[in-house]
Ligand binder design. Structure first.
Ligand code: HEM
Length: 172
């Protein structure tokens, strides 16, 4: 059976090596070692999501307050990209597939999510160009990993997967 990781690579067009280039070096430190660039990015991203003209997409987020969604995301990104374990200290293991189970994470939703994230990345000045490229590979691969996980959970399978999308950055 094709693994979630393989499906994510096939559907996203991003090889696993490119998706996890965020683990070459430490992105958090490279961006100055503060949460600010991640706060900037998540605020930019969710402002676009909550104002999306596509109602079907905006509705997916209707159960969460924008401020909470921003904090959940930036704490996860800080942690995943080499900074302090802010997300896990407050919310536990990221368990990304399980946490997305309530939502319709379809191919179409992934593309809309990525559309907003691409625009947010492009307009966040506190992130340098090389890091932007690495982040987008990670986001693209992870979005399709979640699409694959969503299909799997809807078919009644469990959610365990030894994948690196939600893990903390491996030790150097
Ligand atoms: C949370 C949808 C992709 C990481 C959420 C929430 C929704 C959602 C509706 C709840 C908002 C909140 O209360 O925090 C989607 C959809 C995606 C997608 C439709 C399309 C593929 C991603 C990707 C990542 C990600 C690619 C990581 C790179 C997270 C995290 C949370 C979250 C960390 C917070 C979970 C929590 O604290 O419980 N997502 N998401 N999502 N998402 Fe996504």
């Amino acid at each position: 059976m094709q693994s979630l990781q393989d499906k994510a690579s096939e559907w996203s067009g991003v090889a696993a090596g490119d998706a996890f280039a965020i683990d070459d070096g430490n992105v958090f430190e490279a961006l100055g070692g503060t949460t600010q660039p991640f706060v900037d990015l998540s605020t930019n991203f969710y402002t676009r999501v909550y104002e999306d003209e596509e109602e079907w997409f905006r509705q997916i987020f209707a159960g969460s307050k924008k401020e909470d969604a921003i904090r959940n995301q930036y704490e996860f990104l800080v942690q995943r990209m080499g900074g302090p374990q802010l997300f896990s200290q407050r919310r536990g293991h990221p368990a990304l597939i399980a946490r997305h189970r309530p939502f319709p994470v379809t191919h179409q939703a992934a593309e809309r999510w990525l559309h907003h994230m691409q625009q947010a990345v492009d307009t966040t000045d506190s992130i340098d160009a090389a890091t932007k490229t690495k982040m987008m590979y990670f986001f693209r691969h992870t979005a399709y990993f979640l699409v694959a996980g969503n299909e799997m959970t809807r078919q009644g399978h469990g959610t365990s997967c030894k994948c690196k999308h939600g893990e903390s950055k491996p030790a150097e």
